[in-house]
Design a binder for this molecule. Sequence first.
Ligand SMILES: *Cc1c(COP(=O)(O)O)cnc(C)c1O
Length: 371
Amino acid sequence: MKLKKQLLSLKPYQPGKSIDEVKKQYNLKEIIKLASNENPFGSSSNVLKAMQSVDKPFSLYPDGYATSLRESLADFLQVEQEQLIFGNGSDEIIQIISRALLDANSNTVMATPTFPQYKHNAIIENAEIREVPLKNGEHDLDKMLQSIDEQTNIVWICSPNNPTGTYINEQQLIRFLDQVPSNVIVVLDEAYFEYVIAPDYYDSIKLVDRYKNLIVLRTFSKIYGLAGFRLGYGVGNQEIILGIEPAREPFNVNSLALVAGEAAILDQEFVQNCRQSNKESLNLFYQFCHENDLHYYPSQGNFILIDFNIDGDEVFQYLLERGFIVRSGKALGFPTSVRISMGLEDQNEALLKLLKEFLVQREESLSKTYI
Ligand SMILES: *Cc1c(COP(=O)(O)O)cnc(C)c1O
């Protein structure tokens, strides 16, 4: 086998232990997964209704142009239909853009730590990767600008950033976009856009008109609660979208996802309720962090990164054995933190109670060691 050399450095995605495995191993009745920023409220009841009325035979390929979803979404976002590209999750759009723009003679600029798929795809395309460390958990846009040169084809911006939850404000973003050369594509990943409550967040869809090199990515996996369907989209200038389209597989979005996405957009009340509840959940976690003197980043997403000042795997393991799956920061570039997705109210409370117990136990064992 003559595998591309760069694949040797990549590990296949490692899914966490399955809920059933964890239940069996620790003899638990219930497991609550707060590890992948999924929506604890599920999805709009519109989606289930729409699923029940699907009448197209499954033997047919889906509509490769996503005509109906495209019309609805263009209308909802107030953009032209030709400004949209759909993917099997926004992950696939990251792949399409990378495939279309990166090769061994190019480089790509991104923050670190950030969403790992930008780097992953750049490695596969054999492009040079320029990672710019976050500054206080935020994108260092000045350093990112300085990293751009003649060979730069894509700059990735994740706002709100996964795993920190930090965002870029309007003024910072515009200052940045004004300085990026117009032949460099800026991909603005807004997977958590619908959760944002910061008043100085920008209107990225408007910016797409002003900056012809900007592509905005959004997804139905997070607030819309449709991660299992795999549906995401990109919004950009018609010329860029047309340019990258040939790198998209013809039937990349399946028939059910097309229906689910369209039904989900129509229920903005569901989205609003989820945003409101997320804000309340985050406040509960902030309060906990203040009371226990733990560092965290204020989050515009549906998750929080908390620094426990010890190996994140230890906190992860403690919670796992008690029925909660979270993400250890170790694999995310924050070895002493854990990332926790916001759950339902009683789930959050139960989790915080366990964390409190964990902190008390640790305090006790520390004081014993020193006596
Ligand atoms: C979850 C997530 C995605 C992936 O979303 P899919 O549409 O499910 O592929 C993309 N970017 C970021 C930052 C995410 O957190």
